[in-house]
Design a protein around this ligand. Structure first.
Ligand SMILES: [Zn+2]
Length: 405
């Protein structure tokens, strides 16, 4: 490793830039890419940044370092980035190390070592070849623990997801092929669970965004709803709820969206008799328990369908309030895309036992529910505006909400 006694290294500055690279790495993780982030800095100024995105960009060279280098070179109007420092959360690979040398950076600072592909000392050291490198000083181990913790969490979650996705299909159920959902990407990570008692091995799809601890209402009176259970109606699935999921989360709320069994990306029992509202309610209740949202935890049920709210509310004992949303809260607002999205989970009539049975549910009118109801269903407004109104309304109600756990 080269050291340059003339370069004074400010540890606090290095940590601060590495922390910025870590936030970029987290963005990569959220997009399903291996979480690596990089920034290029000169004289305390950010010139370029990027995160790992080979999957999204269909580009094997779209590593974080390359993205950051490209941006910095554009900013400087020069392919040589002399006097610049690149911070990256993971030890660079051979490709990136070559690019970093070509850019003539002053320094490369990385976080975690990469024992399988690292080209700055782990597998080999491109920077130590005097024939290749006369410019670039390398330093590893800055915030190494945080950088590798992010990677470990990512791979652990991916292994868990793969195990969950490998759940065998019950003989009396159907599973929609993943290709049917290719045109309808979701905005938040998907999770699956099959080991809840009422599911008896059926695979259930859900998404869960928790309020950041600093946003949660930590002092009494606890007037914020603890968790929103955001449900599709008989014609929908999680996809239609993505905008509202993000909008409520942006308002500091914890939000859970679920594809009921028979809908969306969940397994679809073939027998119509299975699809009773009480059973679907038990599934939701069991999922809440599974996520630590048990008896002590307050819920608001939000759906774009009155029948849905009236049918499912009685099975959820810790429900505090209801919210009726406008129908067709579509992701893109295009009627054609909404129709295609609604059809995506159902390759044939055999998959439609759930929606067909739900159309015949007889439930008491929503007005008879004893729970407070916010009715926004006639308001055609953007999800952000709806989320704001809903949060304000329920905060003002001062329901006996319990502290977020
Ligand atoms: Zn690389």
């Amino acid at each position: 490793m080269h050291t340059n006694p003339n370069t004074s290294i400010d540890i606090a500055t290095d940590s601060a830039w590495m922390r910025h690279a870590l936030t970029l790495a987290a963005q990569a993780a959220a997009a399903g890419e291996v979480p690596v982030g990089a920034v290029v800095v000169k004289d305390g100024q950010l010139l370029g940044q990027g995160y790992n995105a080979p999957i999204a960009l269909h580009d094997p060279s779209a590593h974080a370092e390359i993205q950051a280098l490209r941006q910095a070179a554009q900013a400087l109007g020069n392919y040589r980035l002399e006097g610049c420092t690149l911070y990256v959360t993971l030890e660079p690979c051979t490709m990136c190390s070559g690019a970093l040398l070509a850019a003539r950076l002053a320094r490369v600072v990385y976080g975690a070592p990469e024992p399988k592909t690292g080209a700055a000392g782990s597998v080999h050291n491109v920077f130590a070849l005097p024939q290749l490198n006369a410019h670039t000083q390398v330093q590893g181990g800055v915030l190494a623990q945080e950088c590798s913790a992010l990677l470990q969490a990512f791979f652990q979650q991916r292994r868990q997801q793969q195990r969950q996705q490998a759940q065998p299909l019950r003989q009396d159920a159907l599973r929609t092929p993943p290709a049917r959902f290719a045109d309808f990407p979701l905005s938040a990570p998907s999770h699956y669970v099959a080991d809840l008692p009422p599911l008896a091995g059926l695979r259930l799809h859900y998404q869960y965004l928790q309020a950041a601890p600093e946003q949660a209402n930590a002092t009494p009176p606890f007037t914020s709803p603890a968790t929103w259970l955001l449900l599709h109606g008989p014609q929908g699935w999680c996809w239609q709820m993505q905008d509202l999921l993000l909008a409520l989360h942006a308002q500091g709320q914890s939000v859970l969206t679920v594809d009921l069994p028979g809908w969306g990306m969940s397994d679809k029992p073939k027998k119509p008799a299975t699809h009773q509202p009480a059973w679907h309610g038990q599934v939701l209740q069991a999922l809440c328990q599974h996520l630590g949202l048990g008896e002590q935890h307050a819920l608001v049920l939000a759906a774009d369908d009155a029948l849905w709210l009236a049918a499912l509310a009685p099975s959820l004992p810790n429900l505090q309030a209801l919210c009726w949303l406008p129908a067709g809260l579509e992701q893109a607002g295009q009627q054609g895309q909404l129709k295609a999205a609604q059809a995506a989970p159902f390759p044939d009539a055999g998959h439609r036992a759930g929606p067909k049975t739900a159309a015949k549910w007889s439930t008491p009118p929503l007005a008879q529910s004893p729970l407070p109801l916010l009715d926004l269903h006639a308001r055609a407004q953007p999800p952000q505006a709806l989320a704001m109104q809903a949060v304000e309304y329920f905060a003002a109600l001062q329901l006996p909400y319990l502290p977020p756990t």
